[in-house]
Design a protein around this ligand. Structure first.
Ligand SMILES: [Zn+2]
Length: 461
């Protein structure tokens, strides 16, 4: 925490564990703007949004000037359990989520074993998660070569949509797909998914990726092996497939100006295509990455400031609709710490707990508000995950999922404050704005003042 500053300002009534009938703040981030308001909660949902100064009919938590924002909905998280629980698991991931103001995560189908590519595999994953999650959790299924017959069963079992890779995923159990294979799968998805279940795609054209050359410790050498054109080329293919099959396509982790332009072109042709970027592409630029600093390795790579500016512009114009963490941890032993080799290290950044603050720190510097943040990190990812309007918004009828936080307080990222299984992140040592005071899931306070106060409250969506 910043020196001298209290962890959080004093509040007039302190939220305890358990349900609360109403919560008020001078600064509530509502769908139509930021204003003083009272959230009246009944049975875990928001019964009504009332005036700030109306007399309470029951117990009231008054958080004063602290901001109440909709809880973050992180639609791109790799939990890795079962099978690679030593990388990350449901307990640690959802604890980190609660600490960071994230009230819903949607788990990616890969890095767990089995990968979520069959209805049975989803059952296995649900059994691993049940009773052990501290925030709400949804699941993506996977489309891989040869599992078209599982699209229906996975939808019936409740996946929010599907994920595919156009380039190697990094793990053997989750193979990438070609245009030909997607052409087989997408008619089934269009028919069974009611045209609303999206296909999320890792968009890099593998024919344009190169084997990295030169000094393995050189970040530039690694980044050069995954050029921005590979992203633009893959997005153009996805636009064509979306138009051909009438499927909603979502491009995950857009990293470049070329990618933003490709998404804009695709949307102009009428393709049903949405796109996200990630905190690390918005917070960092290539020159922040020292040689050998493999905690920054991800794919596609962090690029130079021109690309970062284009991503912010894409968010401002709505070409990019949302921000998701792509939290993809691994044990430090897989990050090639001894050699600092970008060529050998696992690609994936841990940031679930920090995404709200990491994005906010840069967003406010660029003149954006908490309302923009709520759009990018709560309502839009809830829509993508087919969880809206139940999740991602503070309005009557929605789940009472919210974060109480101070946008003005800062803290220094220290590993020992992280709840991820491996307290290891490229944000270590950075000063971030945005301190979470408490996190509420369906009307219950699950996190307060740096501690989990209600364990196992999450449900599987
Ligand atoms: Zn990912």
């Amino acid at each position: 925490m910043s020196s001298g500053a209290p962890l959080v300002p004093a509040v007039r009534a302190r939220p305890g564990a358990g349900s609360v009938p109403s919560v008020r703040s001078e600064r509530v981030v509502l769908p139509d703007g930021i204003r003083p308001a009272t959230l009246h909660i009944e049975g875990g949902t928001i019964a009504r949004v009332g005036r700030y100064d109306e007399p309470p009919s029951g117990p009231l938590i008054d958080v004063g000037a602290l901001t109440i924002s909709p809880g973050v909905v992180d639609s791109h998280v790799h939990v890795n359990e079962p099978g690679r629980t030593e990388w990350e698991g449901f307990d640690t991931a959802t604890r980190a989520a609660a600490a960071g103001g994230v009230t819903t995560i949607v788990d990616m189908p890969l890095n767990s074993i089995p990968a979520t590519t069959t209805g049975d595999a989803l059952d296995v994953k649900r059994r691993a998660a049940r009773g052990r999650v501290h925030v709400d959790v949804g699941f993506w299924g996977g489309i891989v070569p040869g599992n078209t017959d599982q699209i229906g069963p996975l939808l019936t079992a409740g996946v929010r949509g599907f994920k595919s890779f156009l380039s190697p995923s990094g793990v053997a159990e989750f193979e990438s797909v070609s245009e030909h294979e997607l052409s087989e799968a997408l008619p089934t998805l269009a028919a069974r998914g009611d045209r609303t279940a999206p296909l999320l795609v890792h968009a890099e054209d593998s024919s344009l990726l190169r084997t990295p050359q030169g000094d393995p410790r050189s970040y530039r050498a690694y980044a050069a092996s995954r050029p921005a054109q590979a992203e633009a080329s893959a997005i153009a293919l996805l636009a064509a497939l979306s138009l051909r099959y009438g499927v909603a396509v979502h491009v995950v982790h857009v990293s470049s100006a070329d990618g933003v332009e490709a998404v804009a072109r695709a949307r102009a042709t009428g393709a049903t295509i949405t796109a996200e970027t990630c905190p690390h592409y918005l917070a960092f630029e290539e020159r922040d990455v020292a040689d050998g600093a493999t905690s920054f390795k991800c794919a596609p790579p962090i690029r130079d400031a021109r690309h970062r500016d284009a991503l912010w512009q894409g968010l401002a114009t709505g070409t990019l609709q949302l921000i998701a963490s792509d939290h993809s941890p691994s044990p430090p032993s897989m990050k090639a710490l001894d050699t600092g080799s970008f060529f050998a290290a696992w690609g994936g950044i841990s940031s679930l707990q920090l995404s709200l603050a990491a994005v906010w720190t840069e967003a406010r510097r660029r003149g954006f508000t908490e309302a923009d943040l709520a759009r990018w990190m709560s309502s839009a990812p809830a829509r993508l995950s087919r969880l809206a309007p139940r999740k991602g918004t503070l309005e009557a009828g929605a789940d009472a999922d919210f974060v109480v936080w101070s946008p003005d307080l800062t803290f220094v990222v220290r590993a020992d404050r992280l709840c991820h299984r491996h307290p290891w992140t490229p944000y270590e040592g950075r000063t971030l704005a945005g301190v979470v005071h408490s996190t509420f899931v369906r009307g219950e306070c699950v996190w307060r003042d740096n501690a989990l106060v209600r364990a196992g409250h999450g449900i599987l969506l």
